[in-house]
Design a protein around this ligand. Structure first.
Ligand code: 5RP
Length: 223
């Protein structure tokens, strides 16, 4: 099976977690895109979706799925999204697609986080994938110095030779070289650095369920 076929398989499996009649939160990235395509097939059963990025909102709308403003939503049972890495406690690294801030916000309003990923994303220790950190532009050099003191090597993410700007107008530092043995503590520590908007560690509030695409089928991990 190709990686895309594994992603498609978990996207299909995640449809079973959609609650009829309820709003759903939708993540960002290639796996989430496959999920949106599956969601389109059952769109009549839900009133709409909350998007975690402009790209996701555009894809939802292109399928005729109503996109709601989070400010108009009090709760939602389920948020479905991919991950760059997930460990055996359900803690994740996210933000490879630069959507970490809105992803964390939408996930915080949902009762359950359903992670969908191909099997290569499951790791024993988080950190091989560089940790994305969204930062206020004027603070990126100062924040980078603080992250270096924590043992990482931060690199400003570029697009077409210029700093990549997120949907929120901020920049991303990708922190290389971390071995994150205690993700909850690391998330709390980084959250205290002035200038950081969002740390791409989803540990304090991690996944509740992970659907992992394996050669043998979809494996379900419950945390
Ligand atoms: C975007 C994310 C994505 O969920 C993460 O990068 C995984 O993406 P993909 O499904 O394309 O592997 O956090 O900010």
């Amino acid at each position: 099976m190709t990686q895309d076929e594994l992603k498609q398989a978990v996207a299909r499996a995640a449809i079973h977690y959609v609650v009829p009649g309820e709003i759903i939160g939708v993540g960002t990235g290639s796996t989430a895109n496959f999920f949106i395509d599956e969601l389109a097939k059952i769109k009549q059963s839900i009133p709409g979706a909350v998007a975690s990025s402009e790209a996701t909102a555009a894809r939802l709308r292109s399928h005729g799925i109503h996109v709601l403003d989070l400010n108009d939503v009090v709760s939602m049972p389920v948020y479905v999204d991919g991950a760059d890495e997930i460990d055996r406690s359900g803690a994740m690294i996210k933000g490879g697609g630069a959507a970490l801030t809105r992803e964390k916000i939408v996930a915080s309003v949902a009762e359950k986080f359903i992670c969908i990923a191909d099997g290569s994303k499951l790791v024993e220790v988080l950190g091989k994938f560089p940790l994305p950190v969204e930062v206020i532009p004027m603070a990126h050099a100062a924040v980078a110095r603080q992250l270096t003191l924590l043992g990482g090597q931060p690199i400003l993410r570029l697009k077409d030779g210029k700093p990549l700007l997120t949907d929120n107008g901020n920049v991303i530092l990708d922190v290389h070289g971390l071995q994150i043995g205690n993700p909850v503590a690391m998330e709390a520590l980084m959250n205290n650095i002035a200038g950081i908007v969002t740390v791409g560690l989803f540990a304090r509030q991690g996944a509740n369920v992970c659907l992992l695409g394996m050669e043998t089928g979809v494996k379900t991990l419950v945390f």
